[in-house]
Write a protein that binds this ligand. Structure first.
Ligand SMILES: CSC[C@@H](O)[C@@H](O)C(=O)COP(=O)(O)O
Length: 356
């Protein structure tokens, strides 16, 4: 089969050959060092997620699925209730690593259902089913990204300028990505886009990951500081904004990397369509509105020192470091999932699309 651009990134999160470890590319080291990490203990997996070594909502879910399987193998009992109790302890621990992306608890709940759905099975039979399920989560993600890419590509034309924020590319998923998926797919089909990547303060996912992925994929990418988005829009260089999401509420409000809502407000002002792209697993129909989404607060050192040779503020200066914000549904032109392109009114149309 012919190799596609997304294949280069297909193994960012995977299970080791013996099934006893999770292997991830360390995203905090990119773009300078391509280093793979082996995760074996509950602490390894928790820390990798918390420290953003693996990040991006779908990739976090995939890592958690593989992670809980690896941990389940370490539960040495033949007793179903003991197994379930220990499994749940691991699940709760991993689930507490990051609160905003729903994919984390979604994947862990899926894995738990395999256990609770088979009380008649032996522990070794349950382990086989768990392995199948976590591999399935990743396979489905690849399929979903492909479908999202196809739908997303219908929204743009050859030669368009696209602005993106944070990283919703192959590193954040399994292949193609969500917001970047249409661009990789278009590239495979001979289309050219001019992408403007917000650097995305404070952790610079746009600079370190998005511009790296796009440049490697041969896509024309220009890195800008977050505060330059307004100018490139005013210049007429942007025909659409494509961003990912960490949780979409039932009314269409969408949580994504801090700064996304500002991009949406600018896009509205300049009359540029603003699209949110993500897998159905990111749509949380149990969450009524954006106000119900828990926003992760992170360490102030990420703002002051993390990527600088010297501190950028006095130690006594206070910082406020929310990792995400919520874009109001009224600013979103459409939400693209593997099920199709959902336009407003979102409360009705998401309910119809996700059949509740
Ligand atoms: C397909 S990834 C979608 C989102 O998870 C992405 O846009 C994002 O905000 C990631 O934030 P991060 O804190 O880097 O995990």
């Amino acid at each position: 089969m012919e190799k596609t651009i997304g294949d280069d990134y297909a193994d960012n999160v995977r299970l080791s050959g013996d099934g006893k470890k999770v292997i991830i590319i360390d995203q905090t080291k990119l773009p300078n060092i391509e280093e793979y990490l082996t995760l074996e203990t509950a602490e390894d997996i928790y820390d990798a997620i918390y420290e953003l070594k693996v990040r991006g909502a779908p990739a976090i879910g995939i890592c958690a699925g593989y992670g809980i399987y690896v941990l389940a193998r370490q539960i040495h009992t033949e007793d179903y209730s003991d197994f379930l109790q220990k499994f749940r302890e691991y699940k709760e621990y991993l689930d507490s690593s990051r609160p905003t992306a729903v994919n984390l608890s979604w994947a862990l709940n899926r894995m738990e259902k395999v256990v609770t759905g088979h009380p008649q099975c032996t522990v070794s039979e349950i382990l086989k089913l768990l392995e199948k399920e976590c591999r399935m989560i990743q396979k489905e993600d690849i399929k979903m990204c492909r479908a999202i890419s196809e739908y997303g590509l219908t929204l743009i034309s050859d030669g368009d300028g696209i602005l993106t924020h944070c990283n919703a590319g192959p590193l954040a998923t399994s292949r193609y990505g969500t917001a970047l998926g249409p661009l990789f797919l278009g590239k495979e089909r001979g289309m050219e886009f001019r992408v403007f990547a917000d650097e995305t303060r404070p952790l610079l996912q746009g600079a370190r990951l998005t511009s790296y992925e796009l440049a490697r994929g041969g896509i024309d990418v220009t890195l800008i500081c977050d505060n330059m988005a307004s100018l490139v829009m005013k210049n007429g260089w942007i025909q659409a904004c494509f961003v990912g999401c960490d949780r979409v509420a039932a009314n269409g409000d969408a949580a994504n990397k801090i700064g996304t809502s500002g991009v949406a407000i600018l896009a509205k002002y300049y009359g540029i369509p603003f699209y949110v792209l993500g897998p159905g697993s990111t749509v949380d129909m149990a969450c009524p509105t954006g106000a119900d989404i828990r926003i992760e607060l992170r360490d102030e050192q990420e703002i002051k020192t993390k990527f600088y040779r010297e501190p950028m503020a006095l130690p006594k200066v206070k910082c406020y470091n929310p990792a995400f914000d919520v874009t109001d549904h009224s600013l979103i032109t459409a939400i693209v999932t593997e099920r199709g392109i959902c336009y407003p009114p979102y409360t009705e149309n998401l309910a119809e699309m996700f059949r509740i």
